[in-house]
Write a protein that binds this ligand. Structure first.
Ligand SMILES: O=C(O)c1cc(=O)[nH]c(=O)n1[C@@H]1O[C@H](COP(=O)(O)O)[C@@H](O)[C@H]1O
Length: 215
């Protein structure tokens, strides 16, 4: 398995870290964007990311895995095969014909499901999946994620009963990439300032996710 430092540099070289003034989810702007969708083109990197997630998942009691669509789906699939843990998939929209399902795969009520996610910013995307899983009767208390952007999402999720374990925090990732000569001191300072200024609270989260809070 690659070390965290090697993995961070491999992800950077594969184009997973984009720098500049980038538009993120719902019109937010950010000086750094982590795009994990590129790992499907790099099987060795995908395997290593999945192995690090498996390491985080080891001490968490779970019977099922569910990746947040779409970026985390291949990661959850690799984890499922490597650890022989069944997986379920959440649809973006409920299927309107045949089975009319929102969750694909076999599960029973009260089974413990571990959620897999690529990036946590406000925690909204992850919580949307958790709300669906809980409304289908599954028990969800933990999530493993590749990057926690240190913007308050993990705290908000904790307030909603979800413990988040991440491979990287944005602050830690910046330190590794700076030491490896991939990101300048000046860029690190700009990003750290952005993290400090753009913090999400439970209130912002509720405003942005009214429909999932009412599930
Ligand atoms: O929009 C983002 O905040 C975001 C930042 C980033 O660096 N990488 C990234 O993939 N995202 C997207 O934002 C989602 C997480 O944002 P929250 O739903 O606010 O936690 C991810 O599932 C991505 O769709």
């Amino acid at each position: 398995m690659l070390s965290l430092e090697e993995l961070a540099v491999r992800l950077f070289d594969a184009g997973a870290v984009r720098l500049g003034d980038i538009e993120a989810k719902i019109g937010r702007r950010t000086p750094i964007y982590f795009d994990l969708r590129v790992v499907v083109s790099h099987p060795q990197i995908m395997l290593s990311v999945a192995q690090h997630l498996e390491k985080l998942a080891k001490d968490i009691n779970h019977e099922l895995l569910c990746g947040v669509p779409y970026a985390a789906l291949p990661l959850a699939a690799v984890m499922s095969v490597n650890t022989n843990t069944p997986m379920i998939m959440k649809r973006k929209e409920t299927k309107m014909y045949a089975t009319k399902r929102i969750l694909e795969g076999i599960f029973e009520k009260n089974q413990k499901c571990l959620v897999v996610e690529d990036v946590v910013t406000s925690g909204g995307s992850l919580m949307e999946t958790v709300s669906t899983l809980r409304s289908e009767g599954l028990e969800v208390t933990h999530a493993v994620v590749v990057l926690d952007r240190d913007q308050g999402g993990a705290t908000v999720l904790k307030q909603n009963g979800i413990q988040v374990k991440s491979i990287f925090t944005l602050t830690g990732l910046l330190r590794i990439l700076n030491e490896a000569g991939k990101i300048s001191d000046e860029t690190v300072d700009i990003i750290l300032e952005h993290i400090k200024e753009c913090q999400f609270s439970k209130l912002d989260f509720m405003k942005d996710n009214l429909e999932i809070m009412s599930v």
